[in-house]
Structures are given as structure tokens and as C-alpha cells.
Design a protein around this ligand. Sequence first.
Ligand SMILES: Cc1cc2nc3c(=O)[nH]c(=O)nc-3n(C[C@H](O)[C@H](O)[C@H](O)COP(=O)(O)OP(=O)(O)OC[C@H]3O[C@@H](n4cnc5c(N)ncnc54)[C@H](O)[C@@H]3O)c2cc1C
Length: 404
Amino acid sequence: MPDTKSFERILGKVNIQEYETSRNFLNGAVTYLSPYITHGYESMPNLVFQFKKQGLTPQHKLYAEFGWREYYYHVWSHLGNGIFQDIRPALPEVTYQAALPKDILQAKTGLAPIDLAISTLYETGYLHNHARMWLASYLIHFRKIHWRTCADWMYGYLLDGDLASNHLSWQWVGSTFSSKPYLFNAENITKYAPVEWHCTNSILDQSYEALDAIARSNEILDNSFVLKQLARNNTWNETQTQIPPLLSLPPEALLKKYQVVADLKLFDMSKSNNFKLVHPWNLKGTRDQKVQLGILHTPFFQEFPWSEQRWEFVLNRLSQLCDVIVLGDLQKILIPYLKAHKSIRIDVQHTYNPHYADLLLEISKTNDTLMQPMDRFLANPDQFCPSFTKFWQLVVKKEKFPKH
Ligand SMILES: Cc1cc2nc3c(=O)[nH]c(=O)nc-3n(C[C@H](O)[C@H](O)[C@H](O)COP(=O)(O)OP(=O)(O)OC[C@H]3O[C@@H](n4cnc5c(N)ncnc54)[C@H](O)[C@@H]3O)c2cc1C
């Protein structure tokens, strides 16, 4: 389970030069920083500043990948909840399903790269970028499942689940946020993945031209024929995979372990007039003079539930930072309290996450609020950039670094 110590260990292991040459390989030197970046263990300007001291320049791949993350935030800042709908028209005449079939949920498609990607996601809450792209491409283009269904599902299991990077990447693969569908084939997997992922001679062993035609039609690359044959030959393991549930509330055991409260009366709020609100995307720093209140706003989790692993990861860190963690519909629990105690000053970092954004707006109307901007290392252009290239041209020379 990731924690502060593992963050420091992982940070110390980043090798910018090796990243450059190996990042596309499943066993390449990627950073594994994403869960910590998503949850704000460290600010992006600080991270980039640290890596610059080790030689990172705007020409490095890692710099550009950090840039993609900033780009997706730029898009989120302009489109808001519009990122949850098609940004460009979907491929014409293709019908996408709204539900994920059982063989996918159970990681039992019979296609090694797909089943391994799904079981790795369930077990670890992490997937290499290439595996995410293969899985996304397979589900959208070869199984014709709507990108939004898939994005919501994957988001809940990823420890780094970030609505901008996740939903916009799914749209990029699907072609509703790019100029063409992203496709892969068996040869591509042989090149970048270890042997147990290979799928030569499977339905994925086709030319890009053939796969492109499939993506643009209603044809489904279903492996059920092969599965039936394997079952007949007794070479198919029929055991059911346990599908980890996605939970809109943390499990009871975690609520107890981290002493989460659902009622402000259970905590002495009169201790101070200075409150820092800590949401799940700003888990940096230490306890300071202010009373630190961890805020888990249930309307968000009803729409975007999390796996138990993700709840544990976030609650563990919140409990280190906060005097108390409050869970509930905070429009009903917290806002009336703040309205009745207008002298309370609030310090909180802004977020675009749905429901939280509305909550923070309401708080800022009610109380004296220091709304900290989100941590970016690049400028956020006023003009909407419909492509990463356009964004990059405008921002690459406009870094924002801490003044050390
Ligand atoms: C379908 C799909 C879903 C994705 N969902 C998420 C998500 O929910 N959260 C998330 O943080 N990333 C997401 N990504 C982007 C990328 O896969 C992950 O950021 C990366 O794999 C995380 O592992 P890492 O930290 O080892 O990455 P590294 O390769 O070491 O990259 C370092 C950091 O750069 C950023 N980064 C790298 N690649 C990308 C990228 N393509 N887009 C945006 N930022 C990037 C991340 O912050 C990452 O931690 C998704 C990509 C795809 C194709």
C-alpha cells in the first residue's frame, strides 16, 4: 500500500535517462508517481523543480508527460463537467454498449493482455500507460463499449484515478478527443510486453488496416468461440474471479480504523476559528496551526465510487494530516454550521472535482475563505487549446517554479 515512506523511496528511484528510452515497455523505468501526484502529496511545481536539479529539461519525455497532465487540467478548467461527454463526434454509424460484459468484469476474455491488464488493475490499483491504452482500445473499438462506462469503471480501481487524465485519455483512445481511433495489435504487444502478455495467433493478430475497419464498423471481436473450444478441451480455468466492489462509502472497518465521523457534534469545533479543509486531492504537508478537517463529500462518491484499496490509501493519509475526518453530504452537515459561525476562516485548495467544486463555492460565499489555486507548473492559457500541440506551443516557456 503506497504511503509517505514509499513516496519518498519512489521519488529517490526516478531515473530520467532510463525513463527516456524505456517508458513504453511494461517493465520500463516509469516513475510510479501517479497515485501521489493525483492525491497531491507534492505539488507539480515542486516536483518538476526537484527533477530539474537532476537535469530534467523541457526536451525530456518525462517533462512532456507531466505536460500532458497539465494539459488535461487545462481542458477541465475550460470544459468543466463537459469532459464527461463526447468532445468531438464519435465514429459515425458505430453503436456502443452501456454495460461491461461479464467476461471483462471477470478478467476472463481468454486474451492474455486484456485479462492480465484487468487482473493487475484489480490487484494493484495501477496499470502501465501502454496497458491502459491496450485495454481502452480493446473495450471501445473491438467490444464496442461506450468510453464513459469504461472510464468510470477504471477510475474507481486506479489509485491514481484522476477524472481529467482518465476520462480525457479514454476519449483520446476512442477518437472523441483525437483525430483517429487508437489501435494496437498482437505485434505491438510482443514488442512492449513480457511474454506472458503475448497473443500471437489470437483475434488481435491482425493488420492495422483490418483492425481500423473493425473499429469503424459494428463488428465485435468477441473471443467466445475460442473460450468454448478451450472449455471443451478442459484447458480453460473456469474459476470465478472475485470482482472487487466499487464503494460509495468506505467499508465499516476503515471508518472505525480511521475514526471517521458523520456528525460534527462528535468533534469539538470550537477549538479554533481557523480551519483548513483537506480534500482527497490535496494530501500534502503536515499538521499546522489550523484545525485540519478531512472532507469526504458523499455526493461525489455516489457518482464516482472507489475500490477498498483506494479508500484505504486516502484515509490513511488523511488521518495523518487531519484532526478529524468528516464523511457525509457536506452541503447538509458543514454548510449550516459555517453559516452559523461566520467568524470561521477557511483555507482550502481549489478543485474541479464535481460536487466538491460546488461545495467550495458555497463555502466561499458563506465564510472568509482563502481559496488556494491548484498546483501547476505551466501556465493555463485563457484561450482553450483543442490539442496538446497547441497547448505546448503556448506554455512550454512559461514554467511556474517555487521561489527557493
Ligand atoms: C485509458 C487511460 C486512463 C488513464 N487514467 C489516468 C488516471 O486516472 N490518472 C492518471 O494520473 N493518469 C492516467 N492516465 C495516464 C497515464 O497512463 C498515467 O499517468 C501513468 O501510467 C501513471 O504511471 P506513472 O506515474 O508510472 O507514469 P510515468 O510514465 O512515470 O509518468 C510520470 C507522471 O506523468 C504524468 N503522465 C504520464 N503519462 C501521462 C498521460 N498519458 N496523461 C496524463 N498524465 C500523464 C502522470 O502524472 C505520471 O505520474 C491514463 C491513461 C490512459 C491511456
